[in-house]
Design a protein around this ligand. Structure first.
Ligand SMILES: Cc1ncc(COP(=O)(O)O)c(C=O)c1O
Length: 382
């Protein structure tokens, strides 16, 4: 039986590997996946139930119901201050992931290069490769300074094959954010070399300590060349609802819509009704942010006291990057031993780029009572 080169190229991620291994232990504390444990707001769920009960669940337009796109346009106006045309500038997708994939499929040809800053969301790399493209990785993080984007380094990585730059802020896996000055550098460089920017902002509502979310869309240089990726997965704790969207240059959106017909036909329609409720009625998600901030503060306060572990305070997301270099172990050895001996599953930092083998990523997607047990086990393990 023949298996395609593309399929063989793709390996299951270390995140999924640890997640699957964790299932072998009854009492495991699984801190691998970025899947929040909280429930979505009730009225958002009710909007989906009501659509189901009134037989409204049929295929929608490939780009999504016009009503869904109108609600997204309203949200874009409110958050990014941009007026857009719901019929032409937006596509509704099966989560942020499908938006990312369709965006890349629309742009990347065999041999094209896409710039990715590390540590990165693992799926960027595999999606670029699935499209026949080549990820060009720039290491952009250190424990002292967090994410640092240097204009010269960025320019050095651009070739005549570069088509796009992907950015992700707040960032998975570090929880760090890209500051406005660095976003400006990226915007200016993209304009200089006529590159498209993919701005993955799915964690934009999970920022702590009243820090404001900065988007690259605030810069004129980026406005007509940025594909914004957003989703309800993290904002409303709706990962399994598979609903997200992309907003961007008309020509790219039109091509994403064309491809959508062949990939998923349309985003899940019950979830589109949930989105309409969430965005049109501006349903708050403060309870989600407040809970994650509490967990972050607890976890950081405890891990910093543990000998040999150096946690980095995340400014956003629900991930904590922990430097483990003083344990003398590299990240995979640490993660496998931690699972075997302490029944805690975390993701080895090397999953996010070769340079991050001295780190592990912890997702604080479990309640504090469970995190307390994890801390006790972690102390004993160390
Ligand atoms: C950085 C980043 N982008 C996009 C996604 C995709 O999320 P979804 O497809 O659930 O919207 C994730 C999920 O973990 C992520 O971490």
């Amino acid at each position: 039986m023949k298996i395609s080169k593309r399929a063989r190229l793709i390996q299951p991620s270390l995140t999924r590997k640890l997640f699957n291994m964790a299932k072998e232990y009854d009492d495991v504390i699984d801190l691998t996946l970025g899947d929040p444990d909280l429930a979505p707001p009730k009225s958002v769920c009710d909007a989906a139930y009501s659509a189901m009960n009134s037989n409204k669940l049929h295929y929608s337009a490939n780009a999504g119901l016009l009503e869904t796109r109108a609600a997204i346009a309203e949200r874009i106006k409110q958050v990014w201050g941009i007026d857009c045309n719901p019929a032409e500038d937006i596509i509704t997708t099966v989560g942020g992931m499908e938006a990312l994939y369709l965006a890349m499929l629309s742009m990347v040809d065999e041999g094209d290069e896409v710039i990715v800053f590390a540590p990165y969301y693992v799926n960027y790399i595999q999606m670029i490769e699935l499209c026949g493209g080549k990820p060009v990785i720039i290491n952009a993080y250190d424990s002292q300074n967090g994410i640092v984007i240097d204009e010269n380094v960025l320019e050095e990585h651009i070739t005549n094959k570069t088509v796009a730059i992907i950015i992700n802020s707040p960032n998975n896996p570090t929880g760090d954010i890209i500051c406005a000055d660095m976003l400006k550098i990226i915007a200016r460089t993209a304009q200089k070399y006529d590159l498209t920017i993919i701005s993955d902002e799915v964690y934009r509502t999970l920022i702590y300590d009243n820090v404001k979310h900065e988007s690259i869309l605030q810069f004129e240089e980026a406005k007509n060349r940025t594909i914004l990726i957003d989703s309800l997965s993290k904002e409303y704790s709706m990962t399994g609802w598979r609903i997200g969207y992309a907003y961007g240059p008309r020509e790219i959106i039109a091509n994403m819509v064309k491809l959508q017909e062949n990939v998923a036909a349309c985003a899940t329609v019950s979830s589109q009704y949930a989105l309409i409720e969430a965005y049109t009625n501006q349903i708050p998600n403060d309870y989600i942010r407040t809970e994650f901030q509490k967990r972050r503060d607890y976890l950081f306060g405890e891990i910093i006291k543990i000998d040999k572990l150096n946690p980095l305070m995340p400014k956003g997301t629900f991930y904590m990057f922990i430097n483990i270099s003083k344990t003398g172990m590299k990240s995979e050895e640490f993660a496998y031993k931690l699972l075997k001996k302490a029944h805690i599953a975390v993701v080895p930092g090397v999953a996010y780029g070769d340079m991050y083998d001295d780190y592990v990523r912890v997702a604080f997607t479990k309640e504090i009572d469970v995190l307390k047990i994890a801390i006790d086990r972690l102390k004993r393990f160390i």
